[in-house]
Structures are given as C-alpha cells and as structure tokens.
Design a binder for this molecule. Sequence first.
Ligand SMILES: NC(=O)C1=CN([C@@H]2O[C@H](COP(=O)(O)OP(=O)(O)OC[C@H]3O[C@@H](n4cnc5c(N)ncnc54)[C@H](OP(=O)(O)O)[C@@H]3O)[C@@H](O)[C@H]2O)C=CC1
Ligand SMILES: Nc1nc(=O)c2c([nH]1)NC[C@@H]1CN(c3ccc(C(=O)N[C@@H](CCC(=O)O)C(=O)O)cc3)C=[N+]21
Length: 351
Amino acid sequence: MASMMFTDCSSSTTSRLILSNRRSGSILLRQCVGQLRLRTTPSGRGFSLSIRSSSSPSPATLVDGKAVAKTIRDEITVEVSRMNESIGVVPGLAVILVGDRKDSATYVRNKKKACESVGIKSIEVRLPEDSSEEDVLKSVSGFNDDPSVHGILVQLPLPSHMDEQNILNAVSIEKDVDGFHPLNIGRLAMRGREPLFVPCTPKGCIELLHRYNFEIKGKRAVVIGRSNIVGMPAALLLQREDATVTIIHSRTKNPEEITRQADIIISAVGQPNMVRGSWIKPGAIIIDVGINPVDDPNAPRGYRLVGDVCYEEACTVASAITPVPGGVGPMTIAMLLSNTLTSAKRIHNFQ
Ligand SMILES: NC(=O)C1=CN([C@@H]2O[C@H](COP(=O)(O)OP(=O)(O)OC[C@H]3O[C@@H](n4cnc5c(N)ncnc54)[C@H](OP(=O)(O)O)[C@@H]3O)[C@@H](O)[C@H]2O)C=CC1
Ligand SMILES: Nc1nc(=O)c2c([nH]1)NC[C@@H]1CN(c3ccc(C(=O)N[C@@H](CCC(=O)O)C(=O)O)cc3)C=[N+]21
C-alpha cells in the first residue's frame, strides 16, 4: 500500500542509451537531464557518467556498480587461479535454497553464474517449501563438515514456519560468507573486534565509496532502513569508517529533514522512489540499495526495477548516485565471491 504512494517519481523524462564496453559488453546507462560526460572509472577499466544538469551547478557521477563488480570479479579470477596453481585448492560456495520463490531462484542462479565466471566451485541444494527446520539444519551441518566448502549461504527469506535465527546460528562462523552469524555481526558492532565476514550488500556499498575515492571520515551519513541484512550493518560499517551516522526507520518523524543534512545517504527501505530530490542536500552522495519491481507494460518482464530514490530528481541535486539496476546489486554478488575467496585463503592459510 505504502509503496504505491511512491511509485511515481517525477514528471521529468528519462531517456536511455546503450554504450558499448570492449571488456564487459553493453552497459545500459540512464541519462538524466542536461549534458553528459564520460570518464573512465578509478580502476581505468569501466566508465563513469557525469551529468551536468541545467538545474544543478555540479555534475552527478553515476556510480557504476556493474562495472566495478566486473573489475572485482577479474581480480578474484586471478587470485582463484593463483591459489589453485599454488596449493591445488578451488574455493567452494554452498547455497541452500528452500522453497520455490521465483525471485530467490533468480538470485541463486545469478550467484551460481558469478561463481562459474571466476572459477569458484558452487554447490546448490534445493529443499522443498514444506521441508522441516531439521532438514535445513542437516544440510547446513553437512556443509560445515565438508572441507571442499569454504562458504555457506542460506538464501533468505526462509519459509515462515522456520526459525531463521536458529538456522543462521548453525552456520560455522568460519564459513559464514553472508556475515549474518550473530558472532560476526556482534564483532562488527564492537570497537577493537574484527568480524570474520562482513555482510555482502553493506560491504559492497562501502567498497563502491572507496573505489570512487569518496571520503567517508568525518562525513554525516544517513542510513534509511535498519534491517539485519542491510541497514543495520551498513550503519555499523559507516561508523567504523569514522562517519557520523544517523539511522532512519519506519517510525522516524520528518525523515526528509534528517536526510537533507547528509553528505552520504545509503537507502535500504524497499519503497520505490520514496527519497525525493527535495530530501537531498546539494552535492550529497547517494547509494541506493532498494530493488523494487514496479509494473511496466512496456518492459519485457511486465515490470521494471527502481530504487528507493527518485533517480531523475536525485541526479539533479546529488554529486554522485548509484543506478538501479546496475548499482549495489552486482556489488553484493561480487562481495559474496570475495568473501568466499577470503574464507578459502584463511582456511588453507594461503596469503
Ligand atoms: N541491492 C542488493 O543487493 C540488495 C537489495 N535489497 C533491497 O533493499 C531494500 C531493503 O531490503 P531489506 O533491508 O531486506 O528490507 P526490510 O524490509 O527487512 O527492511 C526495510 C527497512 O526499511 C524501513 N522502512 C520501511 N518503510 C519505511 C519508511 N516509509 N520510511 C523509513 N523507513 C522505512 C523499515 O523500518 P522498520 O525497521 O521500522 O520496520 C526497515 O528497517 C529492498 O528493496 C530489497 O529488495 C536487499 C538486499 C540486497
Ligand atoms: N542469504 C542471503 N544473502 C543475500 O545477499 C540475499 C538474500 N539472502 N536474499 C535476497 C537478497 C537480495 N540480494 C540481491 C543480490 C543481487 C541483486 C542484483 O544483482 N540485482 C541486479 C538486478 C537483477 C535483476 O535484473 O533482476 C541489479 O541491481 O543490477 C539483487 C539483490 C541478495 N540478497
């Protein structure tokens, strides 16, 4: 219901253009309003798109998660083969999928493809919707004991008759590549402690900020959303990077007043186009985690994906913004591969 309120963003039109990249194929870029400028990304391997808007004196950089994720996958590929050649070990990721949610099946398929692309071995277990919690725990326990598995991911959400906490607690912390085990989250929250793994989506957000050389230290950051998998760990990570962090949630009064003070906004709400241009301080950096399907009879699938942030409005005010799709989503998967590689290296004491 609430999501319907935000489905429409602005009356400004969005045009699209396809740019060809020799290394990563075609990238779909959205043009906002005004003049476009293309630069190579800090890695030198991708593109960054700048938009000089008629209503904004400063250009907004398009923070290209898809291109950065490709760079990271290339780096991981090199490391995976170096490890295999040196000690004959191939990192392995086990994914447990319970039930037949279409979106979860798609995510799992994408993770599998990404593993293949870098040389990580992926093992998938599918359990029926009516499996018992015991069945899932058995599967987790089997992977905990399997030396060819270095990472275990239990795809969320689980069917409602299962206790998610029980299941996440059962994953060995040494193989918790999602970073959802309470010990890993607890360490993330404590000064002077180091988690073995950091949750992939928030880690991907910070990695994007780093790769674009955006300073975090001393900045005012606002995280919208406080879920265990995105909002809360994103706030903890920003704090560890010496930002001053405020969290907005569904009971926050006047969220727009708070976001307007932010130098960095990370939005993980699940409400299409909730964050309007007027919520944003000129020059702010926006990381839009939201992935929200909205009906679109012209789209091949009958819907398209939009973020939590009204992209067309935001890119006339912000200095940088992630698109949806092509922003944080691909980074989440890249961080999962990175965590799996780290895990295999740690288990086999390989530097
Ligand atoms: N790009 C990626 O890789 C990923 C994207 N996502 C996407 O990110 C979004 C969030 O996911 P997730 O964290 O799992 O979602 P949850 O539903 O678990 O959490 C949503 C959070 O947003 C808050 N919220 C809801 N409505 C409002 C509102 N009107 N104003 C302020 N805060 C609000 C909730 O507050 P309260 O706590 O008070 O209920 C809650 O903390 C979704 O669109 C999801 O698809 C998720 C994971 C990965
Ligand atoms: N244990 C667990 N770990 C997760 O990390 C986890 C999970 N459960 N459950 C669901 C959410 C969601 N999530 C996404 C990952 C990639 C994209 C992604 O790559 N999105 C593409 C678009 C994909 C499309 O077009 O459908 C993009 O944004 O460009 C999106 C969402 C991980 N999650």
